[in-house]
Design a protein. Structure first.
Length: 290
């Protein structure tokens, strides 16, 4: 049923003008069907991933561009010194650049973990070759090489166990990180691993496993999980300060950890309360349009 837009009188369906004020009748349904200023909205299809791998033609071009300065450096060095001296560094750097760029494009099938593996081990061999060529033995390259291998182990653990067994992933990451820190301690000929690094690393593992276990229960899901993280962070800071003060000052003094705990614990309690109280959670969602 239609009504006059001017006087409000009820109109019959077949009228074209109001019988009282002679105002033209406007039927919204018919107007919407006849006039559509914009086309129907269609869903935009986006690619699932962006291909960052260069084409083979680009690799061939960059190969010729890289080979030219390599050949020039070797030729100048050999002509001046009758052997390879300083040219080893630019040649090795250009060769590393070519490997990092060309490897994914020359493979028929590749994955993220394969690319990361080849990239990391290429850089490892590059650093070792520089160290041996410049000093005749391994000196400074031990530290970056160990760091890169540790990063590779982390990536490999996420790739293999990220969705299957997270507990095993964190335990192996704990062991590999501990071995890395122990290697750093032995390389620097200092004593801090068992009294400082290992206890802090163990705290991280314990709180991570506890948070991962409690996240399966309803009070710690959703917004309750950040509350659990804040609470674990406050306890971790207290434990870390205790370990550091015992190692440095041989006594325990709360200097900064209680400040972190004083901020994190109230936030944790609030988030856990919001998760457990559905009425209050719905109120906040309506109030802040979440």
């Amino acid at each position: 049923m239609a009504y006059c837009v001017k006087c409000g009188v009820e109109l019959e369906r077949n009228l074209t003008a109001c019988p009282l004020c002679n105002t033209p009748v406007y039927y919204r349904e018919e107007a919407d069907e006849e006039y559509r200023p914009y086309p129907d909205r269609s869903q935009r299809i986006r690619p699932r991933h962006v291909n960052l791998v260069p084409s083979k033609a680009f690799v061939y071009l960059m190969t010729f561009i890289i080979v030219i300065p390599m050949f020039v450096c070797l030729m100048i060095d050999f002509k001046s010194n009758r052997t390879v001296t300083w040219s080893f560094y630019p040649v090795a750097s250009l060769l590393l650049l070519w490997i990092l760029m060309a490897y994914p494009a020359l493979m028929k099938r590749y994955s993220f973990i394969k690319v990361i593996t080849i990239d990391i081990y290429s850089v490892v061999l590059f650093l070792i070759s520089l160290d041996i060529y410049s000093g005749g033995n391994l000196y400074w390259s031990v530290f970056p090489v160990a760091s890169l291998l540790l990063v590779w182990v982390w990536f490999l653990l996420v790739y293999l166990f990220g969705k299957k067994n997270k507990y095993f992933m964190f335990i192996i990451a704990y062991i590999s990180t501990g071995l890395y820190l122990y290697l750093i301690e032995q390389a620097t000929k200092s004593v801090w691993f068992f009294e400082l690094a290992l206890p802090i690393l163990s705290l991280i593992l314990v709180f991570t496993l506890i948070a991962l276990f409690l996240s399966r229960f309803k009070p710690f899901k959703g917004i309750g999980f950040p509350g659990l993280i804040f609470f674990a962070l406050s306890l971790f800071c207290i434990g870390t300060e205790f370990i550091i003060n015992r190692f440095v000052f041989e006594q325990f003094k709360m200097i900064w950890s209680y400040i972190v705990a004083g901020v994190c614990i109230p936030v944790s309690i609030f988030l856990l309360f919001v998760q457990s109280n559905e009425e209050f959670r719905v109120y906040l969602q309506k109030k802040f349009h979440l």
